[in-house]
Ligand binder design. Structure first.
Ligand code: SF4
Ligand code: SF4
Length: 437
Protein backbone atom coordinates (compact mmCIF):
# COMPACT_ATOMS: atom_id res chain seq x y z
CA UNK A 1 0.00 0.00 0.00
CA UNK A 2 1.39 3.41 -0.92
CA UNK A 3 1.23 6.05 1.80
CA UNK A 4 -1.00 9.06 1.27
CA UNK A 5 0.53 12.36 0.21
CA UNK A 6 1.15 15.08 2.77
CA UNK A 7 3.48 18.01 3.52
CA UNK A 8 6.80 17.18 5.19
CA UNK A 9 7.08 19.58 8.12
CA UNK A 10 4.86 20.13 11.19
CA UNK A 11 1.08 19.81 11.36
CA UNK A 12 -1.30 18.55 14.03
CA UNK A 13 -4.30 16.22 14.39
CA UNK A 14 -7.13 18.06 16.20
CA UNK A 15 -10.41 16.10 16.66
CA UNK A 16 -12.28 16.40 13.35
CA UNK A 17 -15.75 16.93 14.90
CA UNK A 18 -17.28 16.79 11.41
CA UNK A 19 -19.84 14.10 12.30
CA UNK A 20 -22.31 16.76 13.48
CA UNK A 21 -22.94 17.96 9.91
CA UNK A 22 -21.11 15.81 7.30
CA UNK A 23 -24.25 13.74 6.65
CA UNK A 24 -26.55 16.78 6.32
CA UNK A 25 -27.49 17.79 2.78
CA UNK A 26 -27.21 21.49 1.92
CA UNK A 27 -30.41 23.25 2.88
CA UNK A 28 -31.52 26.63 1.54
CA UNK A 29 -32.44 29.04 4.32
CA UNK A 30 -35.48 31.28 3.75
CA UNK A 31 -34.41 34.85 3.07
CA UNK A 32 -34.72 37.16 6.12
CA UNK A 33 -36.50 40.52 5.97
CA UNK A 34 -33.25 42.49 5.99
CA UNK A 35 -29.70 41.89 4.74
CA UNK A 36 -26.55 43.83 5.64
CA UNK A 37 -24.08 43.61 2.75
CA UNK A 38 -20.59 44.63 3.82
CA UNK A 39 -18.80 46.75 1.19
CA UNK A 40 -15.29 45.36 1.79
CA UNK A 41 -15.59 41.59 1.27
CA UNK A 42 -12.29 40.89 -0.46
CA UNK A 43 -8.56 41.66 -0.36
CA UNK A 44 -8.22 44.97 -2.19
CA UNK A 45 -10.26 48.14 -2.21
CA UNK A 46 -13.77 48.00 -0.72
CA UNK A 47 -16.70 48.69 -3.06
CA UNK A 48 -18.31 52.09 -3.47
CA UNK A 49 -22.12 51.85 -3.44
CA UNK A 50 -23.78 52.37 -6.82
CA UNK A 51 -27.24 52.60 -5.25
CA UNK A 52 -28.98 55.09 -2.99
CA UNK A 53 -31.58 54.83 -0.26
CA UNK A 54 -35.06 53.97 -1.61
CA UNK A 55 -33.67 52.44 -4.85
CA UNK A 56 -35.43 49.26 -5.95
CA UNK A 57 -33.08 46.43 -6.94
CA UNK A 58 -33.51 43.02 -8.52
CA UNK A 59 -31.63 39.84 -7.56
CA UNK A 60 -28.16 39.96 -9.14
CA UNK A 61 -28.09 43.75 -9.80
CA UNK A 62 -24.76 45.46 -9.18
CA UNK A 63 -24.99 47.51 -5.96
CA UNK A 64 -21.29 48.30 -5.45
CA UNK A 65 -18.24 48.77 -7.68
CA UNK A 66 -14.51 49.06 -7.11
CA UNK A 67 -13.45 52.13 -9.04
CA UNK A 68 -9.72 52.11 -8.24
CA UNK A 69 -7.28 49.24 -7.64
CA UNK A 70 -7.87 45.55 -7.09
CA UNK A 71 -11.45 44.39 -6.55
CA UNK A 72 -14.74 42.97 -7.79
CA UNK A 73 -18.32 44.28 -7.85
CA UNK A 74 -21.00 43.51 -5.29
CA UNK A 75 -24.50 42.27 -6.21
CA UNK A 76 -27.95 42.35 -4.65
CA UNK A 77 -28.57 38.90 -3.13
CA UNK A 78 -32.35 39.26 -3.67
CA UNK A 79 -34.84 41.82 -4.90
CA UNK A 80 -35.77 44.60 -2.49
CA UNK A 81 -35.42 48.23 -1.53
CA UNK A 82 -32.20 49.84 -0.38
CA UNK A 83 -32.86 51.11 3.13
CA UNK A 84 -29.63 53.04 3.26
CA UNK A 85 -25.96 52.80 4.14
CA UNK A 86 -24.97 51.47 7.55
CA UNK A 87 -22.20 50.19 9.78
CA UNK A 88 -22.35 46.44 10.36
CA UNK A 89 -20.64 44.37 13.02
CA UNK A 90 -17.45 42.73 11.70
CA UNK A 91 -15.51 39.83 13.28
CA UNK A 92 -12.09 41.47 12.81
CA UNK A 93 -12.64 45.20 12.34
CA UNK A 94 -15.40 45.77 14.96
CA UNK A 95 -17.60 47.53 12.38
CA UNK A 96 -17.55 47.93 8.60
CA UNK A 97 -19.57 50.06 6.14
CA UNK A 98 -22.45 48.18 4.53
CA UNK A 99 -25.57 48.47 2.39
CA UNK A 100 -28.84 47.65 4.16
CA UNK A 101 -31.37 45.91 1.92
CA UNK A 102 -35.04 45.48 2.81
CA UNK A 103 -35.83 42.25 0.98
CA UNK A 104 -38.88 41.68 -1.22
CA UNK A 105 -39.57 37.96 -1.46
CA UNK A 106 -42.60 38.48 -3.73
CA UNK A 107 -40.43 39.28 -6.77
CA UNK A 108 -39.33 36.06 -8.41
CA UNK A 109 -35.65 35.21 -8.76
CA UNK A 110 -33.98 35.23 -12.19
CA UNK A 111 -33.75 31.88 -13.99
CA UNK A 112 -30.22 30.78 -14.75
CA UNK A 113 -29.88 28.32 -17.62
CA UNK A 114 -26.56 26.68 -18.60
CA UNK A 115 -25.00 28.14 -21.76
CA UNK A 116 -22.08 26.79 -23.76
CA UNK A 117 -18.94 28.62 -22.62
CA UNK A 118 -16.43 26.73 -24.78
CA UNK A 119 -16.42 29.29 -27.59
CA UNK A 120 -15.49 32.15 -25.24
CA UNK A 121 -11.98 33.58 -25.29
CA UNK A 122 -9.75 33.82 -22.21
CA UNK A 123 -10.46 37.55 -21.94
CA UNK A 124 -14.22 37.00 -22.13
CA UNK A 125 -14.04 34.32 -19.42
CA UNK A 126 -11.97 36.56 -17.13
CA UNK A 127 -14.38 39.45 -17.71
CA UNK A 128 -17.35 37.29 -16.68
CA UNK A 129 -15.53 36.01 -13.59
CA UNK A 130 -14.66 39.56 -12.55
CA UNK A 131 -18.13 40.90 -13.37
CA UNK A 132 -19.76 38.18 -11.26
CA UNK A 133 -17.81 39.29 -8.17
CA UNK A 134 -15.90 36.02 -7.72
CA UNK A 135 -13.28 35.94 -4.98
CA UNK A 136 -11.55 33.10 -3.13
CA UNK A 137 -14.49 32.12 -0.93
CA UNK A 138 -12.63 29.44 0.99
CA UNK A 139 -9.92 31.75 2.27
CA UNK A 140 -8.67 35.30 2.24
CA UNK A 141 -10.95 36.62 -0.50
CA UNK A 142 -8.43 37.19 -3.30
CA UNK A 143 -10.18 38.29 -6.55
CA UNK A 144 -10.35 35.16 -8.75
CA UNK A 145 -9.77 36.88 -12.11
CA UNK A 146 -6.38 38.14 -10.87
CA UNK A 147 -5.29 34.64 -9.79
CA UNK A 148 -6.36 33.33 -13.20
CA UNK A 149 -4.13 35.80 -15.01
CA UNK A 150 -0.70 35.01 -13.48
CA UNK A 151 2.42 37.00 -14.44
CA UNK A 152 3.90 35.92 -17.81
CA UNK A 153 7.37 35.33 -16.30
CA UNK A 154 5.96 32.52 -14.10
CA UNK A 155 4.41 30.02 -16.53
CA UNK A 156 1.75 27.94 -14.78
CA UNK A 157 1.44 24.22 -15.63
CA UNK A 158 -0.79 22.89 -12.83
CA UNK A 159 -4.17 23.78 -11.35
CA UNK A 160 -4.91 22.45 -7.86
CA UNK A 161 -8.46 22.41 -6.55
CA UNK A 162 -8.51 22.57 -2.79
CA UNK A 163 -11.04 20.10 -1.40
CA UNK A 164 -8.97 19.25 1.68
CA UNK A 165 -11.29 21.05 4.14
CA UNK A 166 -8.94 20.27 7.00
CA UNK A 167 -10.46 22.64 9.61
CA UNK A 168 -12.43 20.72 12.25
CA UNK A 169 -16.27 20.99 12.19
CA UNK A 170 -16.53 22.51 8.68
CA UNK A 171 -18.26 20.33 6.06
CA UNK A 172 -19.58 22.89 3.53
CA UNK A 173 -17.00 21.97 0.85
CA UNK A 174 -17.52 18.27 1.56
CA UNK A 175 -21.24 18.60 0.87
CA UNK A 176 -20.63 20.68 -2.26
CA UNK A 177 -18.26 18.02 -3.59
CA UNK A 178 -20.99 15.40 -3.02
CA UNK A 179 -23.92 17.40 -4.31
CA UNK A 180 -22.35 19.56 -7.02
CA UNK A 181 -19.41 17.50 -8.27
CA UNK A 182 -20.26 18.00 -11.97
CA UNK A 183 -20.46 21.77 -11.61
CA UNK A 184 -17.09 21.79 -9.80
CA UNK A 185 -15.48 19.71 -12.56
CA UNK A 186 -17.00 21.98 -15.21
CA UNK A 187 -15.62 24.96 -13.25
CA UNK A 188 -12.18 23.29 -13.28
CA UNK A 189 -12.36 23.01 -17.09
CA UNK A 190 -13.23 26.72 -17.32
CA UNK A 191 -10.21 27.57 -15.14
CA UNK A 192 -7.93 25.30 -17.22
CA UNK A 193 -9.09 27.13 -20.35
CA UNK A 194 -8.35 30.57 -18.87
CA UNK A 195 -4.88 29.37 -17.83
CA UNK A 196 -4.24 27.61 -21.16
CA UNK A 197 -3.22 24.35 -19.43
CA UNK A 198 -4.68 20.83 -19.15
CA UNK A 199 -3.43 19.47 -15.82
CA UNK A 200 -5.60 19.60 -12.67
CA UNK A 201 -5.37 17.82 -9.31
CA UNK A 202 -8.25 17.84 -6.84
CA UNK A 203 -6.76 17.39 -3.34
CA UNK A 204 -9.19 15.82 -0.82
CA UNK A 205 -8.36 14.53 2.68
CA UNK A 206 -8.81 10.80 3.04
CA UNK A 207 -11.52 11.19 5.72
CA UNK A 208 -14.04 12.06 2.96
CA UNK A 209 -14.13 8.82 0.94
CA UNK A 210 -17.60 9.65 -0.44
CA UNK A 211 -16.36 13.01 -1.74
CA UNK A 212 -13.30 11.32 -3.28
CA UNK A 213 -15.61 8.84 -5.02
CA UNK A 214 -18.06 11.52 -6.21
CA UNK A 215 -15.34 13.80 -7.57
CA UNK A 216 -13.50 10.87 -9.22
CA UNK A 217 -16.72 9.81 -10.93
CA UNK A 218 -17.35 13.38 -12.12
CA UNK A 219 -13.75 14.08 -13.20
CA UNK A 220 -13.87 11.89 -16.35
CA UNK A 221 -10.83 13.43 -18.07
CA UNK A 222 -11.11 14.64 -21.65
CA UNK A 223 -8.29 15.42 -24.11
CA UNK A 224 -8.38 19.10 -23.09
CA UNK A 225 -8.53 18.46 -19.31
CA UNK A 226 -6.60 15.86 -17.31
CA UNK A 227 -8.38 16.00 -13.97
CA UNK A 228 -7.10 13.68 -11.22
CA UNK A 229 -8.45 13.30 -7.70
CA UNK A 230 -5.57 13.06 -5.23
CA UNK A 231 -6.42 11.66 -1.76
CA UNK A 232 -4.36 13.28 0.99
CA UNK A 233 -3.37 12.32 4.51
CA UNK A 234 -5.60 13.77 7.23
CA UNK A 235 -3.31 16.34 8.81
CA UNK A 236 -4.06 19.95 9.69
CA UNK A 237 -3.31 22.35 7.83
CA UNK A 238 -3.37 20.15 4.72
CA UNK A 239 -5.62 22.68 2.96
CA UNK A 240 -3.31 25.65 3.40
CA UNK A 241 -2.13 26.77 -0.04
CA UNK A 242 1.62 26.23 0.39
CA UNK A 243 1.21 22.89 2.21
CA UNK A 244 -1.28 21.65 -0.38
CA UNK A 245 1.07 22.50 -3.24
CA UNK A 246 3.95 20.72 -1.53
CA UNK A 247 1.80 17.67 -0.71
CA UNK A 248 0.63 17.24 -4.30
CA UNK A 249 3.52 18.47 -6.46
CA UNK A 250 6.51 18.36 -4.09
CA UNK A 251 7.20 22.01 -5.05
CA UNK A 252 7.99 24.48 -2.27
CA UNK A 253 6.65 28.03 -2.62
CA UNK A 254 9.44 30.42 -1.51
CA UNK A 255 8.79 32.76 1.44
CA UNK A 256 6.76 35.79 0.37
CA UNK A 257 6.05 34.35 -3.10
CA UNK A 258 2.77 33.36 -4.76
CA UNK A 259 1.97 29.78 -5.93
CA UNK A 260 2.53 30.91 -9.53
CA UNK A 261 6.26 31.18 -8.64
CA UNK A 262 6.30 27.35 -8.76
CA UNK A 263 3.91 27.07 -11.71
CA UNK A 264 0.72 26.41 -9.72
CA UNK A 265 -2.67 28.10 -9.30
CA UNK A 266 -4.87 26.95 -6.39
CA UNK A 267 -8.62 27.45 -6.15
CA UNK A 268 -11.00 26.19 -3.51
CA UNK A 269 -13.69 23.76 -4.75
CA UNK A 270 -16.46 26.15 -3.69
CA UNK A 271 -14.81 29.03 -5.57
CA UNK A 272 -14.60 26.71 -8.59
CA UNK A 273 -18.35 26.09 -8.32
CA UNK A 274 -18.88 29.88 -8.16
CA UNK A 275 -16.74 30.25 -11.31
CA UNK A 276 -18.97 27.70 -13.06
CA UNK A 277 -22.07 29.66 -11.97
CA UNK A 278 -20.54 32.91 -13.23
CA UNK A 279 -19.41 31.64 -16.63
CA UNK A 280 -21.87 28.88 -17.54
CA UNK A 281 -24.99 30.38 -15.94
CA UNK A 282 -24.19 34.11 -15.80
CA UNK A 283 -24.99 34.07 -12.06
CA UNK A 284 -23.06 36.46 -9.80
CA UNK A 285 -21.75 35.40 -6.38
CA UNK A 286 -24.32 36.51 -3.83
CA UNK A 287 -25.11 33.39 -1.87
CA UNK A 288 -22.93 31.01 0.05
CA UNK A 289 -22.91 27.54 1.63
CA UNK A 290 -21.73 27.55 5.22
CA UNK A 291 -21.60 25.09 8.11
CA UNK A 292 -23.39 25.93 11.34
CA UNK A 293 -22.14 23.53 13.98
CA UNK A 294 -20.99 22.92 17.54
CA UNK A 295 -22.74 21.19 20.45
CA UNK A 296 -24.49 24.40 21.52
CA UNK A 297 -26.64 25.04 18.43
CA UNK A 298 -30.03 23.35 18.56
CA UNK A 299 -29.92 22.17 14.96
CA UNK A 300 -26.51 21.93 13.20
CA UNK A 301 -26.74 22.39 9.41
CA UNK A 302 -25.05 23.04 6.10
CA UNK A 303 -26.93 26.11 4.90
CA UNK A 304 -27.12 28.04 1.66
CA UNK A 305 -27.74 31.63 2.70
CA UNK A 306 -27.78 35.00 0.99
CA UNK A 307 -24.66 37.12 1.55
CA UNK A 308 -25.66 39.69 4.16
CA UNK A 309 -27.77 37.28 6.26
CA UNK A 310 -27.18 38.01 9.94
CA UNK A 311 -26.06 35.25 12.29
CA UNK A 312 -29.00 36.03 14.58
CA UNK A 313 -31.44 35.15 11.75
CA UNK A 314 -29.57 31.88 11.16
CA UNK A 315 -29.74 31.04 14.88
CA UNK A 316 -33.46 31.74 14.94
CA UNK A 317 -34.02 29.56 11.86
CA UNK A 318 -32.10 26.68 13.48
CA UNK A 319 -34.12 26.79 16.70
CA UNK A 320 -31.79 28.85 18.89
CA UNK A 321 -28.81 27.96 21.05
CA UNK A 322 -28.53 25.78 24.14
CA UNK A 323 -27.85 27.19 27.64
CA UNK A 324 -24.45 25.43 27.51
CA UNK A 325 -23.18 27.92 24.87
CA UNK A 326 -19.72 29.14 25.95
CA UNK A 327 -18.16 30.60 22.78
CA UNK A 328 -19.17 31.61 19.24
CA UNK A 329 -16.51 31.32 16.54
CA UNK A 330 -16.78 32.74 13.03
CA UNK A 331 -14.73 30.36 10.85
CA UNK A 332 -13.09 27.15 12.08
CA UNK A 333 -11.79 26.50 15.60
CA UNK A 334 -8.16 26.69 14.40
CA UNK A 335 -8.20 29.86 12.27
CA UNK A 336 -11.52 31.49 13.10
CA UNK A 337 -12.34 34.47 15.32
CA UNK A 338 -14.30 34.40 18.57
CA UNK A 339 -17.20 36.86 18.33
CA UNK A 340 -19.40 38.48 20.92
CA UNK A 341 -22.48 39.44 18.90
CA UNK A 342 -25.03 37.68 16.72
CA UNK A 343 -25.51 40.82 14.62
CA UNK A 344 -22.68 39.83 12.26
CA UNK A 345 -23.66 39.47 8.61
CA UNK A 346 -22.34 36.59 6.48
CA UNK A 347 -19.83 37.65 3.82
CA UNK A 348 -18.58 35.83 0.71
CA UNK A 349 -15.68 34.40 2.74
CA UNK A 350 -17.63 33.14 5.78
CA UNK A 351 -17.17 29.36 5.89
CA UNK A 352 -18.86 28.51 9.19
CA UNK A 353 -20.22 29.72 12.49
CA UNK A 354 -19.59 27.47 15.50
CA UNK A 355 -21.54 27.46 18.74
CA UNK A 356 -19.27 25.74 21.23
CA UNK A 357 -19.80 24.47 24.77
CA UNK A 358 -17.33 24.59 27.66
CA UNK A 359 -16.31 20.98 26.83
CA UNK A 360 -15.40 21.93 23.26
CA UNK A 361 -13.06 24.77 24.17
CA UNK A 362 -10.07 25.16 26.43
CA UNK A 363 -10.55 27.82 29.08
CA UNK A 364 -7.42 27.17 31.14
CA UNK A 365 -5.33 30.35 31.67
CA UNK A 366 -1.96 30.61 29.97
CA UNK A 367 1.35 30.55 31.81
CA UNK A 368 5.08 31.10 31.16
CA UNK A 369 6.86 29.39 28.26
CA UNK A 370 8.62 26.23 29.46
CA UNK A 371 10.75 26.07 26.29
CA UNK A 372 9.58 22.59 25.37
CA UNK A 373 9.91 23.36 21.65
CA UNK A 374 6.59 21.75 20.72
CA UNK A 375 5.43 24.90 18.90
CA UNK A 376 8.44 24.79 16.58
CA UNK A 377 7.89 21.11 15.90
CA UNK A 378 4.19 21.67 15.05
CA UNK A 379 4.75 24.69 12.79
CA UNK A 380 4.52 23.80 9.08
CA UNK A 381 6.65 26.86 8.27
CA UNK A 382 9.39 26.19 10.87
CA UNK A 383 8.66 29.47 12.67
CA UNK A 384 9.84 30.05 16.26
CA UNK A 385 6.49 31.16 17.68
CA UNK A 386 7.82 31.08 21.25
CA UNK A 387 10.53 33.67 20.45
CA UNK A 388 7.97 35.95 18.77
CA UNK A 389 5.69 35.70 21.82
CA UNK A 390 8.53 36.41 24.26
CA UNK A 391 9.60 39.49 22.26
CA UNK A 392 6.00 40.77 22.09
CA UNK A 393 5.59 40.32 25.86
CA UNK A 394 8.84 42.18 26.40
CA UNK A 395 7.58 45.12 24.30
CA UNK A 396 9.86 44.41 21.28
CA UNK A 397 7.37 43.38 18.54
CA UNK A 398 9.44 45.22 15.95
CA UNK A 399 12.28 42.70 16.44
CA UNK A 400 10.26 39.64 15.41
CA UNK A 401 10.86 39.66 11.63
CA UNK A 402 14.08 37.66 12.25
CA UNK A 403 11.92 34.79 13.54
CA UNK A 404 9.81 34.69 10.37
CA UNK A 405 6.71 36.45 11.70
CA UNK A 406 5.64 37.48 8.17
CA UNK A 407 5.75 33.84 6.93
CA UNK A 408 3.17 32.91 9.56
CA UNK A 409 -0.26 32.25 8.04
CA UNK A 410 -1.92 31.98 11.47
CA UNK A 411 -2.87 28.29 11.20
CA UNK A 412 -2.88 27.92 15.00
CA UNK A 413 -0.85 24.66 15.18
CA UNK A 414 1.61 26.25 17.63
CA UNK A 415 -1.14 27.40 20.02
CA UNK A 416 -2.86 24.03 19.72
CA UNK A 417 0.15 22.06 20.97
CA UNK A 418 1.45 24.53 23.58
CA UNK A 419 1.25 22.89 27.04
CA UNK A 420 1.36 26.35 28.66
CA UNK A 421 -1.73 27.37 26.58
CA UNK A 422 0.06 30.48 25.38
CA UNK A 423 -2.00 32.56 22.91
CA UNK A 424 0.79 32.39 20.33
CA UNK A 425 -1.32 33.36 17.31
CA UNK A 426 -2.63 36.45 19.10
CA UNK A 427 0.96 37.43 19.94
CA UNK A 428 1.92 36.89 16.29
CA UNK A 429 -1.00 39.02 15.01
CA UNK A 430 0.07 41.79 17.38
CA UNK A 431 3.70 41.49 16.25
CA UNK A 432 2.69 41.75 12.58
CA UNK A 433 0.55 44.81 13.25
CA UNK A 434 3.25 46.60 15.25
CA UNK A 435 6.17 45.55 13.01
CA UNK A 436 4.36 46.96 9.95
CA UNK A 437 4.00 50.39 11.56
S1 SF4 B 1 0.31 30.03 13.51
FE1 SF4 B 1 2.16 30.67 12.43
S2 SF4 B 1 3.83 30.22 13.84
FE2 SF4 B 1 2.03 29.11 14.57
S3 SF4 B 1 2.23 27.10 13.62
FE3 SF4 B 1 0.97 28.30 12.21
S4 SF4 B 1 2.42 29.21 10.77
FE4 SF4 B 1 3.60 28.45 12.52
S1 SF4 C 1 4.97 25.11 22.99
FE1 SF4 C 1 4.48 26.74 24.44
S2 SF4 C 1 5.67 26.25 26.25
FE2 SF4 C 1 6.52 25.03 24.58
S3 SF4 C 1 8.18 26.28 23.73
FE3 SF4 C 1 6.36 26.76 22.57
S4 SF4 C 1 5.49 28.55 23.61
FE4 SF4 C 1 6.93 27.63 25.04
Amino acid sequence: MTSLLTFPKGGVHPPAAKGLTSHLAIETMPVPDELEIILGQHIGAPCTPTVNAKDEVKEGDVIGEVTKGLGVPLHAPIAGTIKGMGQSAHPMRVTAPSIILQTNKEISAPRYTPKDWHSQTKDELLKRIHGAGIIGIGGAGFPAHVKLNPPKDNPVDTLILNGAECEPYITADHRQMLEQSHEIVEGAKIILKTLGITNCHIGIEDNKPDAIAAMTAAAGSTPDARITVTPLQVKYPQGSEKQLIQSITGRKVPAGALPSAVGVVVHNVSTTKAIYDAVALGKPLYEKVLTISGQAINRPANLRVKVGTKVKDIVEYLGGVKPSLAKIVMGGPMMGFAVSTLDLPVTKTTSSVLFLTEEEIDTRPHSQCIRCGWCLEACPMGIEAKEIAIHVEAGRPQDTAQFGVFDCFECGCCSYVCPAKRPLVQFIRLAKMKAKR
